[in-house]
Every structure is written in C-alpha cells, then in structure tokens.
Design a protein around this ligand. Structure first.
Ligand SMILES: NC(=O)c1ccc[n+]([C@@H]2O[C@H](COP(=O)([O-])OP(=O)(O)OC[C@H]3O[C@@H](n4cnc5c(N)ncnc54)[C@H](OP(=O)(O)O)[C@@H]3O)[C@@H](O)[C@H]2O)c1
Length: 275
C-alpha cells in the first residue's frame, strides 16, 4: 500500500486524511502541523498516523499532501526540498487558486507535482466527511502525478476534472463567487434587518426561507430566469435611491450594492437579448 505524509492537518488535511485512511488505498504515515496540539488532534480525527513537529523527522513517503494555507505552500515545498533524507516522491497541494508550480523547488529535484482542489466548503472536518461523496475535484499538474491522483481521489468519492494551470486564478474566483460570497451577502442582509429592528426570530426564519427559495429557483431556472428585484425590472430610480440609503448606512455595503446592481442589470439585459 502507498504511504502518504500530510503537512497541514486542518479542515482539508483532516478530512482527506480520514477518507484516505478509511478507503484503505494509502497509509497515512506522518502528520506535521505548526503546533503539537493540532497535529495530535489531526491524528486523532484521522484515526491513524504519527504526529510530527519538525519536518526533519518526517519519513520518506510515496505521496505528500501539503494541506497548509495557500501562503505557506511554497515555503513548505522549499523546506522539503532541502531535506536530503527524502527521495523524490509525488507532492500535491489543495489550493484552488494556486497552480502546481508553487511546488517548483520539489519539481526541480525530480518530484512529481500537482494540485487537487476539492470544490467543497470544508467548514469542519466532521461535516465535510459526510458531504464529500460526489465532490468535484479540479486537477492540474504533471501528467504522471495526475495519473496517480485521479484514481486515488475518485476512490475517495471525488469527481475529478482537469483545469489548465493558467486558468487557476479565474477558476477559483468562480468558486469564491459561487460559495464564499454567499455568507457575506447573507450577513449584510441580516445586519440591515437588525439595524431597522426586525425581530431576531424573523431574521432567523428568513435566513432559511429566502436562501432556500433563491437556491431552488437558480437550480431550476438558471441565474438569468431566477433574477428578480429592481435590477431585473429595470427600475433605475429605485436602484439609485436604495444604493444611496445603503451607502449612508455603510460605505462598503453601498459600494457592493452599486457594483452588484450594475451586474444584475447586465444579467437582466442578457436575459432580454437571449430570448
Ligand atoms: N477550507 C476549505 O473550504 C478549502 C476548500 C478547498 C481547498 N482548500 C485549500 O486547502 C488548504 C488548507 O486549507 P484549510 O482550510 O484546511 O486550512 P486550515 O484549516 O487553516 O488548516 C491549515 C493547517 O496547516 C497547518 N500549517 C499552517 N502553516 C504550516 C506550516 N508552515 N507548516 C506546517 N503546517 C502548517 C496548520 O497547523 P496549526 O493548526 O498548528 O497552525 C493547520 O493544521 C489551502 O490550500 C486551501 O486553499 C480549503
């Protein structure tokens, strides 16, 4: 069985580590994080492996998953590349925005490198474990690395697809729009409702009902036909008044309202021209 070392044992590291251990296709060996407590927590969640606090103590492995924050990936790769005790292996990171060339210090000494980005909001390892089956996973990197990772991730339940290295930033921006901005928009809505004194239980109720309503409409009709509101009606006077009211309440929210209204108007126009 292949061995895998994890560097980073947070939400993604723990989830993928546990799935790898469960599917029995790779043996989770060493788990390195920044603090002793989080390495032990990760090993406890994964159910196997050895918590390690220093990179120099990591044993050679067939696969290396760098599940560290994006801004740590190149530094970790550079650190690994300095360790003479490690034979070349396959290293991959989990970033959506960054390409496999973040791992170029390893590639330069004969490692195979790739990125594998699972399109799931890993809010917590416990939740992500239950939600993982069927998750689309964007692969990019060396052909030999992808030939190995594709079947492995597929066995974990991922649906793998390819992304070009040069497209990764925009690919990931799509994911940011589709999922990361939703909580931001919901929070803005709730702040406005709280600001005008709506009862908290009504705000809570709207959180579920309006979001569900919007999701159902988008899934069923697509974004164009699901668009409602003043922008879809072309009510520019209301858009201007409302934009100003939001601006007076909060300058950043006002800018967001104006930018999103302009995009909503474009979407409404496209709706007309494609009919
Ligand atoms: N969360 C998501 O929804 C999601 C989805 C898809 C892809 N991703 C990608 O997955 C990667 C990891 O994200 P995450 O959400 O799992 O992060 P996270 O929950 O913040 O966990 C990061 C882990 O990396 C460790 N770490 C940080 N710097 C390190 C270093 N220099 N050396 C060793 N370990 C280090 C942390 O250890 P300590 O706890 O000790 O600090 C922690 O275990 C990122 O590339 C991210 O873009 C995330």
């Amino acid at each position: 069985m292949k061995t895998i070392n994890l560097i980073g044992g947070g939400r993604v590291g723990q989830t993928l580590g546990r799935l790898l251990a469960q599917c029995g296709q790779a043996q989770v060996q060493d788990v390195l994080t920044r603090s002793a407590a989080s390495a032990h927590d990760a090993v406890a969640f994964i159910g196997t492996g050895r918590a390690v606090l220093n990179m120099v103590d990591m044993r050679p492995a067939d696969l290396w998953l760098l599940a560290v924050p994006d801004d740590q990936i190149s530094q970790v790769a550079a650190g690994l590349a300095l360790l003479d005790s490690l034979p070349p292996a396959l290293a991959f990171h989990a970033s959506g925005a960054l390409a496999a060339n973040e791992l170029k210090p390893l590639q330069a000494i004969g490692w195979q490198v790739a990125s594998a980005h699972c399109l799931l909001s890993f809010a917590s390892p416990q939740l992500a474990l239950k939600q993982f089956a069927g998750t689309p996973c964007a692969l990019e990197g060396d052909a030999q690395a992808l030939a190995e990772l594709r079947p492995l991730l597929t066995r974990l339940g991922a649906q793998c697809f390819d992304v070009r290295s040069e497209d990764k930033l925009l690919y990931h921006a799509g994911a940011v729009f589709a999922t990361n901005f939703l909580p931001v928009l919901q929070d803005l809505a709730e702040q406005l409702w709280q600001h005008i004194g709506m009862p908290p239980q009504l705000v809570q109720q709207l959180r579920a009902s309006l979001l569900q309503n919007a999701v159902n409409n988008i899934v069923k009709l697509g974004p164009q036909d699901a668009l409602t509101g003043p922008a879809s009606r072309g009510d520019t006077a209301l858009l201007a008044n409302q934009g100003q009211a939001v601006q007076d309440w909060d300058a950043s929210a006002g800018l967001a309202y104006k930018a999103l209204s302009a995009l909503a108007r474009q979407l409404a126009q496209r709706k007309k021209t494609t009919r």
